[in-house]
Design a protein around this ligand. Structure first.
Ligand code: ATP
Ligand code: MG
Length: 810
């Protein structure tokens, strides 16, 4: 086939395991650009979008699974579209398969050629709005051909059908079952019936009602498809005529639905039983009823609501310290440690409990813990749940939700921004707890410096915190500042152990040394007490693992708000950007009110997963989690937390056969960086020894000194993470299987120390994770382009293009 422009209409089809074929979308058409519907249908993404009038052969398509509709595809194939042939009539047997295994090929780019045909085809509206997934496979024998122009002449014209409406559906269904053969249809009746069943299959009402007889949403289309075949095979002339007279309408759906129910009850008893069991065991509705003891209490909830740096935690901690018995729940180990130190220093004995460490202080009635570790069995007088807006965190939100619903405390203090206030109000009305709200303002307003650093890091000053969003940039900035100015920099980023982050924070806070600038990632946003005069955003865009996006306004506010702290030498806070181009976005973010969160996170307890597993015995743990996600039921104020990370670990641990479900579940929650193969390897080894009942070894050498280059620094970071994981596992499994925990603690302390020393000397270029990425010029420390501007420009260009293509298609 000749390569070049194609002026042709073609369709892309997909097939699923249990659905023989269905049309996915109508794609390109004669002399038009990609159909406007295409953009809202991102399963297949055309690469060569630049064609404004036609595609060019070969067509390149990137397969993406962003649309949940496409999960579970087996294949994708393409076929030229024949004009004049109606939906459902097409034969796809001559189509060419372009993708054999959609799931395995997601992310890949496939290339294929489109035959040039049907140049006269004119786009019609009915094609545009057709979103049906199931095309009936109806044999021609069911259609009575009456010759051209005879479509309106029905062979069953004389049959009276109105009485059908008043028939008892059960009786009618029985009668259909007893029929040997379905009545023949004229083409036009057959088409109306087709349309009617398509309408039925798309009916939200029918699919909702079907849930009542435990026909799940994913099975519903299949059930309708089979019911339709049954109908065509068995329908009598009067019933068919009646349905035709109703046509594709709600009335027809209501007439057919009782027949459909009878059919399903008879044909799919196993499916119904299975789905019923699954639904019952994946029920996450009414989570407030999961904690009957807490419900039996009349709890007083105080919401300390306000922006950063307004004294919320300070006030909540006052109540905590006054209480006879108190618990403080922190979002981070680091913050739990800070509260532990602060409270003990003030003479209130306080223990520490995080995933990694348990420090029990004799005679203590108070404890600081990470929110995931808080006990919902113990009784407290006062509990503090800090950073309550994290309830809406897509991954960790469930820990805050659990703490709020389950804590057995007479008084619970929530500290956070206003974003979850309404959800908390709703939850309290469900739990019957009394809610008191205390609103806060910043001690001193945050001032934006309009001048910016004018793109030059030489303009940093003492007390500045320069915020960048990757480890690589952190080091680039640090090196540039130290090379071109007299300032010395401390650094803080996520991969550093809490001990090292604190050490760096203390070094920065302490006025009696040369370290007066902090370079940090967003890890600075929460928890640390820092004496920052001015927060300078090196960039306001962040790579999310897939693409570079603007940092969300709530995060920008949180980070910028770290500037100026009551009681510190910089009580007035300033913020600005490195580049003038980024300033507008910063101002825009700071002006924005807090988004109101509608839903907060939930995740099943082990017991719930176990119950669910009983319904699906022969699948892997990862598949089990997937199925749970698909079938769980949630109330309107909750979402199921993302668990891709857990699934990734589950997949790796699948190799280890001997783990019980509970152990597997617990191993999957171990803190591991899934993108670090070394850390993953150690987790696999730990789980493997554990499954064989062997004492789990650390099996890792101790580094001899501080890092001399970035590779060694990365190695120290990984080593600390592995040790931290070992300590976590020892706290979550039988202690005797992790006998080297003391050794792990000592090694972790030494490595944290080495990391601190290494950072003090770090003046090397960061390792490039992608060798092919162009390196910046040695001496350059200026950002030539604002990424926000670049992003906004791209967005603008895209929207102009799409408006243009819509205009062309309209
Ligand atoms: N009444 C007070 N007296 C003395 N110092 C206070 C008082 N209130 C707050 N502070 C100090 O002000 C700083 C900010 O207070 P706090 O940490 O409670 O703010 P926050 O609203 O919880 O902010 P965030 O959690 O966003 O950092 C802390 O260093 C705290 O010790
Ligand atoms: Mg706070």
């Amino acid at each position: 086939m000749a390569r070049g422009p194609v002026s042709s209409l073609f369709r892309i089809y997909g097939s699923k395991k249990n659905i023989s074929r269905f049309r996915v979308l109508i794609w390109n058409q004669y002399d038009r650009s990609v159909s406007p519907r295409f953009t809202s249908f991102p399963a297949l993404e055309v690469q060569n979008r630049s064609f404004s009038t036609s595609l060019v052969n070969p067509v390149r398509v990137r397969l993406s699974s962003e649309n949940p509709k496409f999960v579970g595809w087996d294949s994708v194939f393409v076929k030229p579209f024949s004009t004049g042939v109606e939906d459902g009539d097409e034969d796809v047997s001559d189509s060419r398969t372009v993708v054999d295994n959609f799931d395995a090929d997601v992310g890949k780019i496939v290339e294929f050629e489109v035959p040039s045909e049907n140049k006269e085809y004119i786009w019609s509206e009915s094609d545009d709005d057709d979103d049906s997934e199931n095309e009936a496979v109806i044999s021609d024998s069911m259609v009575e051909e009456l010759g051209s122009g005879d479509d309106n002449v029905s062979s069953v014209k004389a049959v009276s059908f109105q009485h059908v409406a008043s028939r008892d559906p059960v009786e009618l269904y029985r009668e259909l079952c007893d029929n040997e053969k379905g009545a023949k249809q004229t083409r036009s009746d057959w088409e109306t019936l087709q349309e009617t069943f398509r309408y039925f299959g798309n009916s939200g009402w029918a699919s909702d009602q079907a849930l009542a007889i435990y026909i799940g949403r994913s099975f519903f289309p299949n059930a309708v498809y089979k019911f339709r075949s049954f109908f065509f095979k068995k329908c009598s002339a009067d019933v068919a005529k009646y349905v035709v007279s109703l046509g594709p309408s709600d009335e027809a759906v209501k007439f057919l639905f009782p027949l459909f129910v009878e059919y399903c009850l008879e044909e799919f008893p196993d499916e119904i039983k299975r789905f019923r069991g699954m639904i019952a065991s994946a029920d996450l509705t009414k989570p407030h009823t999961w904690f009957p003891f807490a419900r039996a209490m009349k709890r007083k909830i105080v919401y300390h609501c306000g922006p950063t740096n307004s004294g919320k935690t300070f006030n909540a901690l006052q109540r905590f310290m006054e209480a006879k018995k108190g618990i403080y729940c922190s979002p981070l180990r680091l913050l739990a440690m800070e509260v532990f130190d602060k409270v003990n220093a003030l003479g209130v004995y306080c223990s520490l409990h995080t995933g990694q460490e348990k420090k029990f202080v004799p005679f203590s009635n108070h404890a600081a813990c990470t929110v995931e570790m808080v006990s919902t069995d113990e009784m407290y007088d006062v509990a503090v749940i800090d950073e309550i807006q994290m309830m809406a965190d897509p991954c960790r939100g469930f820990a805050w939700t659990r703490a709020l619903l389950g804590l057995k405390a007479d008084e619970i203090h929530l500290c956070g921004d206003p974003s979850v206030l309404n959800v908390v109000r709703k939850i309290c009305s469900e739990t019957g707890d009394e809610l008191y709200e205390q609103h806060y303002e910043r001690f001193k307003p945050l001032v934006v410096e309009a001048k910016t650093l004018l793109g030059d890091l030489k303009n940093v000053r003492s007390g500045d915190c320069v915020v960048a969003f990757s480890r690589r940039e952190i080091f680039e900035v640090k090196i540039a500042i130290e090379k071109h100015t007299n300032h010395r920099c401390c650094v803080i980023y996520g991969a550093l152990p809490p001990e090292t982050r604190r050490q760096q924070a203390n070094l920065f806070n302490d006025q009696d040394n040369e370290y007066d600038v902090l370079v940090s990632t967003d890890a600075v946003g929460m928890g640390l007490n820092l004496n920052i005069r001015r927060v300078v955003f090196y960039s306001l865009a962040k790579y999310n693992g897939d693409k570079v996006l603007p940092v969300p306004a709530s995060q920008v506010k949180q980070i910028a708000g770290r500037a100026g702290r009551r009681g510190s030498i910089y009580p007035d806070g300033l913020t600005t950007t490195l580049n003038l181009d980024d300033l507008d976005y910063l101002i825009e973010c700071l002006k924005q009110p807090f988004d109101e969160v509608k839903k907060v996170g939930l995740f099943p307890f082990y017991e719930q997963v176990e119950l669910f597993a009983g319904q699906l015995p022969n699948i892997t743990f990862c598949q089990l989690l997937e199925k749970f996600g698909e079938n769980c039921r949630l109330d309107g104020s909750y979402f199921l937390c993302r668990h891709d990370h857990i699934k990734k670990v589950a997949n790796m641990l699948q190799k280890i056969q001997a783990l019980s479900l509970e152990d597997r579940f617990n191993f999957c929650f171990a803190p591991v960086n899934i993108r670090d193969p070394k850390a993953m390897f150690h987790l696999l080894k730990f789980a493997s020894s554990y499954s064989q009942n062997l004492p789990v070894n650390i099996a890792m050498g101790m580094p001899t000194g501080s890092a001399r280059n970035d590779k060694e620094l990365l190695d120290l970071e990984t080593k600390h993470q592995v040790l931290s994981m070992y300590m976590w596992l020892s706290n979550h499994f039988k202690e005797e299987t992790f006998p080297y925990v003391k050794k792990a603690e000592a090694m972790a302390t030494d490595i944290a120390e080495l990391l601190g020393q290494s950072l003090a000397n770090a003046n090397w270029k960061p390792e490039s994770r992608q060798a092919s990425k162009p390196q910046r010029k040695e001496d350059s420390h200026e950002r030539p382009l604002s990424r926000i501007k670049l992003y906004q420009k791209n967005r603008h260009d895209q929207s102009v293009n799409s408006v243009h293509s819509e205009k062309v298609a309209a």
